[in-house]
Design a protein around this ligand. Structure first.
Ligand code: PLP
Length: 460
């Protein structure tokens, strides 16, 4: 008693924190030095890892060196190398030095900014950076805090979709007079819309029989026709149903198609549909003035989301959601037990982001996006987008000029095949942070080689 018992075990000792973090940073730098040498797609078999690691957790602490050795020997071989310059699958997940720095600060402070008082800087920076980002995309001020709308960072588009659908649902149910009317609510999207939307609609209780998938076709570039939506909506109204929500996409997952926002927006206004724009992947491109027209009509939407963690040099995870009437979101999602009340401030005067999302706890993601924007500036961010587009156009030219290679398709370690509208395609998404022109040229060479081999095999 009396003398303070000395803790010998220090999980957060500043000195070892510094040393061990530096070792990990060197390890990651080394990984990036070598990332191009790895096969993009891991060659391991399912279950490979349990054969290499002990069956149970250690009792005694292990040295970092041993752990990093296992990361090198056991984990890296089982990675699909999303940061490889030869990664052309799915959509890119851009990492960048600035994104890393933001992540480090975020986990370094490790604050949990669920409401204003739980970390004022986390809340205020998030609001500021969402206004910055909104301005970079030239969103109308009605989506910004500066114009009484507002934005929030979520981890994913799926979460954003759940939240805006919940807001739209609750607004409609209030007007209709009760929960039993949920079976009347209908949601609309195209057959190219990301499945995340279906998942979100299911989660908020929309009956699957009330999902309408508007058919698209090759001839219209797989974009959603407002006329077809109108027919579906009018049909539903005739049957006594209540059209609730229309999800438009800027940059669909299968082909990068863009739905006509202005046309869909007019329809949404006419039928009082909540229009959400999912610009998860391609939204980043709209910071370039010559590409901004893809968002024309956005002023008619109720909400819009995009993922900086795809094409905006922001490490996972980061999804921006803007909404014109944040009150509808907070009406739907707010919970206010005593312990979470902002005692020092009037709650109405501050943003409590816990009421803009599903979870209570939240990371200080805004640091990351803020640093990404500041370290690159609009100039370099536009350069990043434009050089990726130039590389994609170059690849497009290769394909256009070589009809022979167009008649086949197959999965390989560099790209993934898929079927769109009954047509077999090579889906090639150019835009990994490290990809340069010679990687795209090498990809084309590989495509040609594979095509010629296959054509020869077919001749025999
Ligand atoms: C990637 C993507 C999604 C899914 O995003 P998550 O953040 O993983 O939920 C949804 N819609 C589109 C258009 C996408 O490109």
């Amino acid at each position: 008693m009396g003398s303070e018992s000395r803790k010998t075990f220090l999980p957060l000792d500043p000195m070892s924190f510094s040393n061990e973090s530096k070792a990990v940073i060197d390890f990651i730098a080394d990984y990036y030095e070598n990332v191009e040498k790895y096969p993009v797609r891991s060659t391991v078999e399912p279950g490979y890892l349990s054969a290499r690691l002990p069956e149970s957790a250690p009792y005694c602490p292990e040295p970092l060196d041993d752990i990093l050795k296992d990361v090198h020997d056991c984990i890296i071989p089982g990675l699909t190398h999303w940061q490889s310059p030869n990664f052309f699958a799915y959509f890119q997940a851009n990492a960048s030095t600035a994104g890393f720095l933001g992540e480090m600060l975020c986990s370094g402070f490790n604050v949990v900014g669920f409401n204003w008082v739980s970390s004022p800087a986390a809340t205020e920076l998030e609001s500021i950076v969402l206004d910055w980002m909104g301005k970079l995309l030239q969103l109308p001020s009605s989506f910004l805090f500066a114009g009484t709308g507002g934005g929030v960072l979520h981890g994913s588009t799926c979460e954003a979709a759940v939240c805006v659908l919940a807001a739209a649902r609750d607004k409609a149910l209030k007007e209709l007079g009760g929960w039993e009317n949920i079976t009347k609510l209908v949601v609309y999207a195209s057959d190219q819309t990301h499945f995340t939307f279906q998942k979100a609609a299911k989660l908020v209780g929309i009956p699957p029989s009330n999902f309408r998938f508007i058919e698209t076709s090759f001839s219209t570039g797989f974009s959603m026709s407002p006329e077809k939506v109108r027919i579906a909506v009018e049909d539903d109204v005739k049957s006594g149903l209540v059209p609730l929500f229309l999800c438009a996409t800027v940059g669909t997952t299968p082909t990068g198609a863009v739905d006509p926002i202005a046309g869909l927006g007019k329809l949404a206004v006419e039928f009082k549909l909540w229009l959400h724009i999912d610009a998860a992947y391609a939204g980043s491109a709209c910071i370039c003035p010559e590409l901004r027209h893809y968002l024309d009509g956005v002023e008619l939407a109720n909400s819009i989301s995009m993922n900086p963690h795809k094409w905006f040099l922001t490490n996972m995870d980061c999804c921006c959601l803007w909404i014109k009437e944040p009150k509808l979101l907070t009406d739907s999602l707010s919970t206010d037990p005593e312990i979470l009340k902002n005692t020092a401030t009037k709650s109405e005067a501050v943003v409590d982001y816990k009421d803009w999302q599903i979870a209570l706890s939240r990371r200080f993601r805004a640091l990351k996006l803020w640093i990404v924007i500041r370290r690159h500036g609009l100039a370099n961010l536009m350069h990043h987008i434009r050089s990726d587009i130039a590389m994609a156009k170059r690849f497009e030219e290769f394909v256009r000029k070589d009809r022979g290679s167009r008649s086949w398709c197959q999965e390989s370690s560099h790209w993934f095949a898929s079927v769109v509208g009954g047509i077999y395609v090579i889906r090639c998404a150019i835009g990994a942070t490290l990809t340069q022109q010679h990687h795209v040229d090498a990809l084309w060479k590989l495509v040609q080689e594979k095509a010629h081999t296959l054509l020869k095999e077919r001749e025999h």
